[in-house]
Design a protein around this ligand. Structure first.
Ligand SMILES: [Fe+2]
Ligand SMILES: [Fe+2]
Length: 308
């Protein structure tokens, strides 16, 4: 009986937190086309130390690094839009299959969907300005096919796994955008875009963290297994595919070879560890690893607490 009372108390607390997040979203509607006028400048968008190749000497000229900055920002905006679209699909399914549409979580999901569509419109406007030439190999051919299968067969319809991936998909860009927003050499408009996006994503992160314990508690055993073993691998791929091989090819570097070198570079690993550590902390706190709270090896590798 005490345990049941505890679950109910927990659920009421979640209800209240989610209702608070909804009321903030309702009061702060930002339409990018109206509230974020302006556009990106024509040259370099981010400083050298924020490029994925930072710390590696590929002998790039100033002009190549400026072009790389534009292609990298475009690749992140492109991947961010696709990520938000998968999130939209997953949330929509949850709404369609909900037993109770008056649940405050459903109202919040609708707020989040509204916010993500506005973010995506803004990201697409960045793409229209940059006009990148790189074409993401993770969206085409065999890799594209595998990605579609993973999204359709593994992620959609599994709210706990999806919540963990949403946390990762929001924590990773959040750290990247924080660094861009705080760097004095970042393009002024890009800085504004990053500030606006981080402000709204902070609420999405709070929601994902708040509902994770109940999602994990009610998830089938197989889904909890996927959270412990498949999620860290999917998050690693998510991180590494943000800047894809064709971005490097667009400035004359060998695509896949550069991508592998970047993936293993100390700077890139440090960024991955820092960006994913809060995700592991949330999964651990939500009971993803049971009472022992000992993460699996894959998770420890992801965040840099285990053998690489
Ligand atoms: Fe977003
Ligand atoms: Fe979000």
């Amino acid at each position: 009986m005490a345990a049941i009372a505890g679950v109910h108390l927990g659920r009421r607390h979640v209800d209240e937190t989610v209702e608070r997040l909804s009321s903030v979203s309702a009061r702060r509607v930002i339409e990018p086309e109206v509230d974020l006028p302006g556009q990106l400048g024509g040259g370099r968008l981010i400083a050298d130390d924020l490029l994925s190749v930072a710390g590696l000497d590929f002998g790039l000229t100033d002009e190549q690094r400026a072009l790389l900055s534009r292609e990298e920002v475009a690749a992140i905006a492109d991947e961010g839009t696709r990520f938000e679209a998968v999130l939209t699909a997953g949330f929509s399914l949850q709404i369609a299959q909900s037993a109770d549409l008056t649940d405050p979580r459903i109202t919040y999901l609708l707020h989040e969907l509204g916010e993500e569509t506005r973010h995506s419109r803004l990201f697409i406007s960045l793409l229209a300005t940059i006009k990148p030439t790189a074409r993401n190999p993770f969206e085409r051919g065999l890799l594209g096919f595998l990605k579609r299968r993973v999204v359709h067969d593994l992620i959609l319809g599994r709210p706990a796994l999806m919540d963990v991936l949403v946390l990762a998909g929001e924590e990773i860009p959040d750290l990247i955008q924080k660094r861009m927003a705080e760097h004095p050499e970042t393009d002024p408009y890009l800085r504004e875009v990053n500030r606006y996006h981080r402000q709204e994503e902070a609420r999405h992160l709070a929601f994902a963290r708040t509902v994770l314990p109940e999602l994990l508690a009610t998830a089938p055993r197989r889904e909890r297994f996927l959270v412990r073993h498949a999620a860290p691998l999917l998050i690693e791929i998510m991180f590494d595919s943000l800047v894809h091989p064709d971005v490097y090819r667009s400035v004359g570097l060998p695509g896949w070879r550069t991508w592998w070198t970047v993936k293993r570079s100390p700077q890139r690993l440090a960024l991955r560890h820092e960006a994913t550590a809060p995700v592991l902390a949330a999964v651990t706190a939500a009971g993803g690893f049971g009472h022992r709270r000992r993460p699996t090896r894959r998770w420890r590798v992801l965040v840099g607490q285990g053998p690489q």
